[in-house]
Design a protein around this ligand. Structure first.
Ligand code: SF4
Ligand code: SF4
Length: 222
């Protein structure tokens, strides 16, 4: 899923300062799972903002809404009846959702309430870690299901840098060395021969290196 963290309160109050009525919009998908921008967080932020401006004797109204998905025009359309009643929109979705609202409602200022972080998985209660960098040409099949791009600090493709200690990364000792994980997993699979194979230089044009990407499914496109 896409992970995110709410922006600091000072930043949010500063960007909402010029407005008197806002639409605070959550998303029911990834940001709900990582507890950054779902219905519950919309309620909490709404109260915090109203409290802040009340203390400053500034009139400030918040209309709260949480959409099924903010990255889907079908759901973003649900904001249409409310959009002209507010001065601005504060979105608690990832950057995709914020941009979809900006695209649909061109005349309305839209602000992000969260910082979008990475594609990750839940490691334990309240802990999410980066797992995929969306490179567009997945190599997990030959790296034991461990991503050397998202999980190795140096994005090394052919073995470790030599700096790891006790299985931890030399860049950050709180993080497992990705190549240690790859080795452990290949060993468990009885596939250590894969470790000896050279992975060819990657064509980064399938990732962000090739510019903004699109998926077009002719069978689904209308
Ligand atoms: S190899 Fe690419 S697609 Fe596969 S997990 Fe890593 S970044 Fe994601
Ligand atoms: S210690 Fe491991 S994870 Fe860290 S940079 Fe070196 S190979 Fe990559």
């Amino acid at each position: 899923m896409i992970t995110a963290e709410r922006k600091p309160m000072e930043e949010l109050t500063e960007c909402m300062k010029p407005f008197g009525r806002i639409l605070l919009v959550g998303c029911n998908e990834c940001v709900t799972v990582c507890a950054a921008g779902g219905r519950k967080e919309v309620g909490l932020l709404s109260s915090a903002l109203q409290m802040h401006f009340m203390k400053e004797n500034k009139p400030f109204e918040v209309k709260e809404l949480t959409l099924e998905r903010q990255c889907d025009p079908e759901y973003v359309e649900e904001l249409a009846p409310h959009i002209n009643q507010v001065d601005a929109v504060l979105s608690m979705a990832c950057g995709c959702g914020v941009q979809e609202i900006a695209r649909r409602y061109k005349e309305k200022p839209v602000f992000p309430a969260v910082n979008t972080k990475f594609m990750g998985a839940s490691e334990s209660q309240g802990v999410w870690a980066e797992r995929c960098a969306g490179c567009g040409d997945c190599v997990l099949g030959i790296t034991g299901g461990v991503c050397p791009i998202a999980r190795c600090s140096k994005q090394l493709f052919n073995g470790p840098c030599g700096g790891s200690t006790n299985g931890k990364c030399e860049i950050d000792s709180s993080v497992d060395c990705a190549w240690q994980l790859i080795w452990d997993r290949l060993k468990a699979l009885g596939k250590v021969d894969l470790y000896e194979e050279n992975i060819a230089a990657k064509d980064w044009r399938t990732g962000r290196g090739g510019g903004p990407r699109k998926i077009i499914r002719e069978d689904l496109a209308s």
